[in-house]
Write a protein that binds this ligand. Structure first.
Ligand SMILES: [Zn+2]
Ligand SMILES: [Zn+2]
Length: 238
């Protein structure tokens, strides 16, 4: 049995709104300093820095799950997390065909750096990553499952890009079994209102100082300390 401190929503320097110092090594080291056991890397509409960040995590004893924060056609944010990089990259390939091909203006929106596991910039994403995709909210949960991942409604307590801020409600037909709230949200109130959902608390960090401290995020119980067991919790755990 393992008790694991998790932050399932972190952006790297590949997200235009992510700080340039959200590099693979900085993210992993700050997470370890904060006492975390597990993070998920969830850049906007891309898994492009997951492979390098997972490699740094593996070297330093931090479990890094690959993921992305998908923007639906309705401008609602959903995190999709995978048990393996192969599954994440297959999903990434699909999503990239559903993004709007509008060029990033780094001077306005920020840089979108791909990095290797030594924190070298190895490329830049030319298209702006934060825009809505063609994927509708009601299709996300099934699509994630098809690719072997699990979808979570992101920051539902936040007005902008949260499902409640955009649509005003969550119904079971959307197909989600889990939602995310930010660290200071009143979890009991959301649990009462949406009894069919399980919850995680995540930081949605775009800079190093916002990465969750161990006691402020989700603490989960798994059968052992492994990426597979953490993923199993996200899929079926309460
Ligand atoms: Zn978001
Ligand atoms: Zn986010």
């Amino acid at each position: 049995m393992a008790l694991l401190n998790c932050d399932f929503h972190i952006h790297s320097c590949l997200s235009p709104c992510g700080d340039d110092d959200m590099t693979p090594n900085n993210i992993v080291n700050m997470s370890l300093l904060n006492g975390l056991d597990v993070i998920a890397l969830t850049d906007h509409n891309t898994c492009g820095n997951c492979r390098s960040t997972m490699a740094v995590g593996a070297e330093n004893g931090l479990i890094v799950l690959p993921g992305m924060e998908l923007t639906t056609a309705e401008e609602i944010h959903v995190t999709v997390i995978f048990p393996t990089i192969e599954k994440a990259e297959a999903f990434d390939g699909y999503v990239s065909s559903k993004r709007m091909p509008i060029k990033n203006r780094a001077d306005i929106y920020g840089n979108q750096y791909f990095m290797d596991s030594m924190d070298n910039v190895v490329g830049e994403e030319p298209d702006l990553l934060i825009l809505a995709t063609e994927i509708g909210l009601y299709d996300v949960a099934g699509l994630a499952e098809e690719y072997g991942g699990v979808a979570t409604l992101a920051h539902i307590d936040r007005h902008s890009n949260g499902v409640l801020g955009v649509l005003g409600n969550i119904d079971e037909d959307m197909g989600f079994s889990r939602a995310e709230i930010t660290p200071n949200a009143p979890e009991d109130r959301y649990k009462e209102r949406f009894s069919f959902l399980s919850f995680v608390k995540s930081s949605d960090a775009h800079d190093l100082l916002t990465i969750a401290e161990a006691h402020k995020c989700s603490v989960i119980k798994t059968k052992d300390r492994s990426a597979a067991s953490v993923f199993e919790y996200l899929k079926n755990g309460k």
